[in-house]
Design a protein around this ligand. Structure first.
Ligand code: HEC
Length: 113
């Protein structure tokens, strides 16, 4: 009985782990309106240290609002960073999430008030 228990429990554990991983993967699957990828919050938490005020102002990094760079440049900078200046984020975000960040940067406007 005990032997059987020991034999089956890793499988059960494995199955539930797999479920957890699948559920996780599903909940982070990017879709513009699924609400799990809050681009503004992600930006503030991940990029805000260097790109101040949500990207509206220069900090350690340049201001991103009204950037004269094209989308490809912005996408590539986020993915590959810049040696000694900015970390690369290609492992941290999916393509779709990077697209959302590019859109976020493009939509930046001065804060009102
Ligand atoms: C450790 C500081 C740091 C962090 C964190 C950081 N950046 Fe940067 N970023 C920089 C610096 C410095 C530059 C300027 C690089 C250069 O000299 O071309 C830059 C450049 C950029 C550029 C190109 C702007 C331009 O006009 O050249 C974009 C777009 C950008 N960052 C987006 C982001 C995003 C999005 C994040 C978060 C996912 C982020 N950065 C996180 C420091 C940072």
């Amino acid at each position: 009985m005990l032997k059987l228990h020991l034999k089956t429990s890793p499988a059960v554990l494995g199955a539930s782990l797999l479920c957890a991983v699948l559920a996780q993967a599903q909940s982070t699957t990017p879709a513009p309106e699924n609400g799990t990828f809050e681009v503004e919050q992600v930006f503030a938490g991940t990029c805000g240290f260097c790109h101040s005020d949500g990207g509206r102002a220069a900090g350690k990094g340049p201001q991103l609002m009204n950037s004269p760079r094209d989308d490809d440049f912005i996408r590539n900078r986020i993915k590959h960073g810049k040696q000694g200046a900015m970390p690369a984020f290609d492992g941290a975000f999916t393509e779709a999430q990077i697209e959302q960040i590019v859109k976020y940067i493009r939509a930046l406007k001065p804060r009102e008030g």
